[in-house]
Design a protein around this ligand. Structure first.
Ligand code: 13P
Ligand code: SF4
Length: 312
């Protein structure tokens, strides 16, 4: 029987590899990673690494972003099928047709999109900087926002903008209902509701705090409530409980049959697959030099604006 944790630690040293993990990964993967974070933190960690090999425990668009920022390094994803419903909801061919209808608009895209969409974008945003990046443009700047209509709608609401929204959603967050939250609130009236902006408008209207995974985590650490109802993916509860063991965390269930709320793509990664990806350096992310060159510009713009604003 292979001791995956010991073997991963050994291989990591031997190969000068960096393991990046998103908060929605299983707890064992979060524990073995060099860095655990939200999409913004992960993109920044990928941009700054001196490692020779990047193992990305997350989903495809995240590993693709790491590859775009490190074209000369090998980037491996433990399971190549770890996609994202939001990225899949916006095929580049369809988006290109949509975009030409608005020739005087710039395109701001949520990082949860394919390299093909990034190539068609002016600036990339994440849930950790989207509001600030939108606000960095003049009020009369015309903007198309893709692919998440929930995040885009939320930004429109709080900034008073009228961005044109692509009709995409995350299947994990979009399935959460106000009924599930209200039921939990009735049992736990003292609980604070924290929500990821990929949830739909009515769910966000019930939230006491809305933010990226990192922002939600920090909020639960810094505030002094005893209980939190979390409208997001189950994985984030691991760090919340770890960092605030005295507090209680309740995930908004996806339906009556399950008290969990797992992203089926994020949860494809396992310790065994991570070990194999590190050992045999496959499956790796491959992109043409042309795609990398075009997709890199809006990502670098995002990192640049975020740095100037002190967000990273
Ligand atoms: P964060 O950048 O907030 O971690 O979001 C990533 C994601 O995929 C949420 O569904
Ligand atoms: Fe994509 Fe949603 Fe999974 Fe995040 S939780 S990776 S947006 S499907």
């Amino acid at each position: 029987m292979i001791d995956y944790i010991q073997e991963i630690k050994k291989l990591k040293k031997e190969k000068n590899a960096l393991i990046l993990a998103h908060y929605y990964q299983i707890s064992e993967i979060q524990d073995i990673a060099d860095y655990v974070g939200d999409s913004l933190g992960l993109a920044q960690a990928a941009a700054e690494t001196k490692a020779d090999l990047i193992v990305f425990a997350g989903v495809h668009f995240m590993a693709e972003t790491a590859k775009i920022l490190n074209p000369n390094k090998k980037v491996v994803l433990p399971d190549l099928d770890a996609g994202c419903s939001l990225a899949a909801s916006c095929p580049p061919v369809d988006f290109a047709k949509f975009r030409v209808k608005y020739p005087d608009h710039i395109v701001l895209s949520y990082i949860n999109c394919t390299a093909g969409i990034k190539e068609l974008s002016d600036v990339i945003v994440t849930s950790g900087n989207a509001v600030q990046i939108v606000e960095s443009f003049p009020k009369d700047q015309k903007i198309i926002f893709a692919p998440d209509k929930n995040l885009g709608g939320y930004i429109n609401q709080i900034t008073g903008r009228n961005m044109i929204l692509w009709d995409g959603t995350c299947e994990v967050h979009n399935q959460l209902t106000t009924e599930s939250i209200i039921k939990l609130k009735l049992i736990h009236p003292d609980a604070q509701v924290v929500a990821h902006p990929e949830c739909d408008g009515p769910v966000l209207a019930l939230a006491d705090m809305i933010g990226s995974t990192t922002a939600m985590l920090k909020y639960t650490e810094k505030t002094n409530y005893k209980k939190y109802i979390v409208a997001s993916e189950t994985g984030i509860l691991y760090q919340m409980k770890k960092n605030s063991p005295e507090k209680e965390f309740l995930v908004v269930p996806k339906d009556e049959t399950c008290s969990c709320n797992d992203c089926p793509y994020m949860k494809l990664n396992t310790l065994e697959k991570l070990y194999l990806a590190l050992k045999i350096e496959t499956p790796s992310i491959e992109l043409s030099a042309q795609v990398i060159e075009r997709a890199k510009k809006p990502i670098l713009k995002m990192l640049d604006i975020s740095k100037k604003m002190g967000l990273i």
